[in-house]
Design a protein around this ligand. Structure first.
Ligand SMILES: [Zn+2]
Length: 365
């Protein structure tokens, strides 16, 4: 039997909640973490119809991209679709989970999926996030240094781009004196002791801090482990907003837009003037991505595939890029497939259902 908290912790290992934007509300929105789950319904949006469908299909959990509650709700009287969805879900013991901007900003998330659908290669994060990394410095007696550093690496420290086990060691001398309540690993209590130690340093993402410190203190032989944690300004190479990649061979702009139209089955693509150039480099951002236009231009992308551009923002393309606004829902539709693949692979006993409700509120006449 799988508990809800096992599913949420699985998603949050892949897409940590600390990566979500400040306005977002990703994570477990409704439900008891200890609830047992056998069947899941996946959707982009939670609406009353989707909750009805979950009841019909016997799903105990709805996994959605957009959080059903964004900002606080002060009353739940059933006046709005959101309130009715929640009331129905509570009455039917259906949990609701959302992985939104945190899933947008990880490699292997929403934008990686879009890149895969467009057959883009050499994909990189378009606007890497900063303030997500920290440095650990610790001091380990020489002999135990390999074991302790290994434990820190295994807990997720030392990843830089496609490299792992990134660390740095330097020899030096540590000193300490324990009082009468101590039982020092080396030296005598009450005596100043000098020990040949290794200063070991490595980098880790903020959200792993608890795990890294437990691994360090568990593996380290000292009663009191000395360590420092520094916040870093470095950009993360693996997390951030949007992605940019390349087509295996250049195509004309109309040919590329046709491919996008077919892949995303969009009713219409709103785009800026074509530049009569071949398309090789493509930037993407699922959902409202207009804030990334400058980054897409800076990355020398020929086309930026995203959604929710306002009239005046189309002017900002300045003939330096072609904006292709394919619709918010359309751009994010493959997130359902992503959820499906992740759930089936990691929880093979689950019944995973795609919602058949079209939650797109936008129609094209
Ligand atoms: Zn969205």
């Amino acid at each position: 039997m799988t508990k809800l908290k096992e599913i949420t912790s699985f998603f949050e290992t892949l897409a940590p909640l600390s990566l979500q934007e400040s306005y977002d509300n990703s994570g477990l929105i409704l439900g008891n973490p200890n609830q047992e789950i056998n069947s899941v319904l996946i959707t982009l949006d939670v609406t009353e119809k989707v909750v009805d469908e979950a009841v019909e299909k016997g799903a105990e959990l709805i996994v959605a991209h957009h959080p059903v509650i964004f900002s606080g709700l002060k009353k739940i009287t059933g006046k709005t679709d959101v309130e009715r969805s929640l009331i129905k879900a509570v009455k039917n013991d259906i949990a609701i989970y959302a992985a939104h901007t945190n899933l947008d900003s990880v490699t292997g998330g929403v934008n990686s999926k879009i890149c895969a659908k467009l057959n883009l290669q050499n994909c990189k994060v378009l606007q890497p996030s900063s303030g997500q990394l920290k440095k650990l410095v610790t001091f380990i007696p020489e002999k135990q240094a390999p074991k302790v550093s290994e434990a820190v690496f295994k807990a997720g420290g030392g990843h830089i781009g496609n490299y792992d086990y990134c660390g740095y060691s330097l020899e030096g001398t540590g000193s300490f004196r324990g009082d009468e309540n101590t039982n020092p690993f080396v030296g005598e209590k009450g005596q100043i002791h000098y020990e040949k130690e290794i200063r070991f340093e490595t980098i880790f993402p903020n959200y792993l801090q608890g795990k890294i410190i437990s691994a360090l203190t568990e593996a380290h032989p000292y009663e009191e482990v000395a360590y420092d944690i520094y916040p870093l300004d470095n950009q993360s190479l693996k997390t951030g907003m949007g992605m940019v990649g390349e087509l295996s061979s250049p195509v004309s702009e109309p040919e590329f837009l046709n491919q996008v139209k077919n892949t995303f089955k969009t009713g219409v693509i709103k785009h800026t003037q074509l530049r009569e150039k071949q398309v090789k480099k493509v930037a993407v951002c699922g959902g409202s991505g207009s804030f990334l236009l400058k980054a897409a231009i800076a990355a020398n992308a020929d086309v930026f595939v995203s959604a929710d551009f306002k009239y005046h923002q189309f002017f900002d393309a300045e003939n330096k890029i072609v904006i292709a606004d394919i619709g918010h829902f359309e751009s994010e539709q493959f997130t359902k497939e992503l959820f499906y693949e992740l759930l089936i692979k990691n929880f093979p006993k689950f019944a995973v259902h795609f919602s058949e409700v079209n939650t797109n509120p936008v129609f094209y006449f």
